[in-house]
Ligand binder design. Sequence first.
Ligand code: ADP
Ligand code: MG
Length: 394
Amino acid sequence: RAASLDRSTRGSTTTLSADEDNINVVVRVRPVNETERSHGEREILEFPGKGQVICPGTVTGQKHKVFSYNVVFEPAASQEDVLEYSGVKRLLEMAVEGFSCTAFCYGQTGSGKTHTLSGPPGLIESGASPYSSEHGLVVRSFVYLFQLIRDRPDCHFILKASFLEIYNEKVIDLLNPGTSRKPLQVRWSKESRSFYVENLFTVDCEELDDLFAVLEEGTRNRAVGAHAMNAHSSRSHTLLSVRVRRDVRSERDVTCSTHGKINFVDLAGSEITKRTHSTGKTLEEANNINRSLMVLGYCIAQLSDGKKRGHIPYRDSKLTKLLADSLAGNGVTLMIACIAPTRSNLNETVNTLRYAARAKKIKSKPIVKMDARDALILSLKREVEALQAENQHL
Ligand code: ADP
Ligand code: MG
């Protein structure tokens, strides 16, 4: 019985064609800002097209470096361009089909991670119209997600959203932070075979406005926390998750459910991995912030090492536990590497571009998540159909 359940579960998972990568790596370059301009700085990167970025050498006499990605968004690119050409639409389509998908922004503080996901500072909290041209990828993705849902009147959808922050390896619920901001525990669920956050507030989102409300509330609460602690936002990771359950009713009146997910992750500034001079509490803090980012780096390195892919240390940090199912191959990951275009940022830019180049090598096959019971029903149904077809030939 267990064996047949296992076989049918595997038999009914959908695998993507082998030529489809399960990680898409794009780069976004922010414009030179006013402060940089007033210091006489200018753009020193070149973009010859074909997803390439050319960096000058970091020390005199060193040759320039060429990096290649799926897409490069130059400083003039709009928020809409990022929605259209980053591949995030594919992620959303896959989340609707039952895959676990993650879009994350990586880069040093000030490189445009929050701008790319949410828009300029204060925009979300101001309650601006969701159709403002300034809005980032998250709001645009919500709009697209609801478009996809409207296109499938044959299915019933249930959307649940949550929004959390990981600061100093502590998980804070951004929708329900409480006065003491008491941290929540990350636990393993045997049933769904994935990690989850215990007692995390999840909001049923029947309409687009419900998703916007989640984003607004969480963003406000994050700002409150950030105010209380110096440099907080550059040291914390935020994870906004929308779970998409889809019930499909087939012609034979069998209902089958898929459980997809889309995560949006705004990572802590990548420069903190090198701040090792700190002492006391700050050292613990640095290590803990380091931990999620460092472990993410290890996981990416392991996953991208096609030949000797060994143990992948998802369990070593809160962030990687929560992203494990999309990184491990149940879904598709979009990495947006954010960089600044000026010389004063060149060292960090090269680090980010290297990290992104490594992530691009990850290869694994995404699979759809289904209830074991549904998977069994589906496979029995297929068997019956096969037998009927055989009978017809006799
Ligand atoms: P990070 O989240 O990586 O620390 P931010 O997203 O806060 O960086 O960006 C720093 C500043 O630069 C913000 O004021 C932001 O609005 C601005 N900025 C970043 N990217 C862009 C962009 N592509 N176009 C215009 N302004 C940008
Ligand atoms: Mg930010």
